[in-house]
Write a protein that binds this ligand. Structure first.
Ligand code: ADP
Ligand code: MG
Length: 257
């Protein structure tokens, strides 16, 4: 290989954005020559390394876009601590069929039982599988939607969110929605209905959702769409946060979780 061809090869690899291929080429060719690798083996190795690093980079990008407040994995979840959760249901959700089918998931339960943990863990599984995911707090979302509506940009905002195949809306019910927030939220739910998935977490039972949206008619319309294709995981247990404090003796063992 002439110097000209050598330089053109490196130049073209960079031009094609084959960064890893280009950066490991020289070293690998040296090793491959010593080990008498065939041309196919060499090409296969270099291309495979490029694919692997591209996949890792796009996963990192999806994780950044997702905006998870913390990273929580399914493997870190102690199912023994929370026996009301059916492991098989979570395993089924982790297969991500619900994302493929544009279905919803709702985690209900009191504070500290792992709703957000499981929602994030499923979000990470989805990001690993190549889905675009976005995590957002319900009150912040309602505020942003209402602001967009006031600027006549609700449509644009909802279209922006539709690029995410999975939206995780955390903490529905901690703060009530005002009328505008509820109206905008309904628009978002209607637009994603049967098209893209949402995971919700809430400390309020469905019966109490009317109070969150104040307007019971809107609440019913929202719930109707969410629940049509939905898996509900109702967690009835003790707070994991309290568990640690109980162990440290800060709270009496009989304190209700
Ligand atoms: P929630 O959203 O239901 O209020 P979180 O998911 O935020 O609760 O859980 C509170 C904390 O306890 C988090 O740090 C979470 O990772 C941890 N946690 C909750 N349940 C479990 C569990 N069963 N196994 C391991 N960690 C848990
Ligand atoms: Mg939470």
């Amino acid at each position: 290989m002439s110097q000209f061809e050598y330089e053109r090869l490196h130049h073209n690899l960079k031009l094609l954005d084959l960064i890893t291929f280009e950066s490991i080429l020289d070293n690998y060719l040296e090793v491959a020559t010593k080990e008498s690798k065939s041309i196919i083996e060499i090409l296969d190795y270099l291309v495979a390394q490029e694919v692997q690093s591209k996949e890792a980079r796009s996963f990192d990008l999806r994780m950044r876009l997702a905006g998870f407040p913390v990273q929580k994995r399914l493997d870190d979840f102690d199912f023994n601590f929370q026996p009301s959760i059916d492991r098989a249901s979570i395993k089924e959700l982790a297969s991500l069929k619900f994302v493929h089918n544009a279905e919803n998931v709702v985690f209900l339960g009191p504070p500290g039982v792992g709703k957000t943990h499981l929602a994030i863990a499923l979000g990470i599984e989805a990001a690993k599988a190549g889905f675009r995911v976005n995590f957002i707090n319900a009150s912040i979302l309602a505020e942003r939607l209402a602001k967009a509506e006031m600027l006549k940009r609700l449509e644009e905002k909802i279209r922006g969110l539709s690029k995410f195949q999975l939206l995780i809306i955390d903490e529905i019910g901690y703060l009530p929605f005002d009328e505008l927030g509820a109206h905008c939220f309904f628009q978002l739910i209607s637009r994603r209905y049967e098209k893209a998935s949402i995971i919700f977490t809430s400390n309020k039972s469905y019966g109490e959702w009317g109070d969150i949206f104040k307007d019971h008619v809107i609440a019913a319309a929202i719930l109707d769409r969410i629940l049509h294709h939905c898996t509900t995981i109702n967690i009835k247990g003790e707070s994991y946060r309290l568990k640690d404090r109980k162990r440290q003796g800060l709270i009496p063992q009989s304190f209700p979780g």
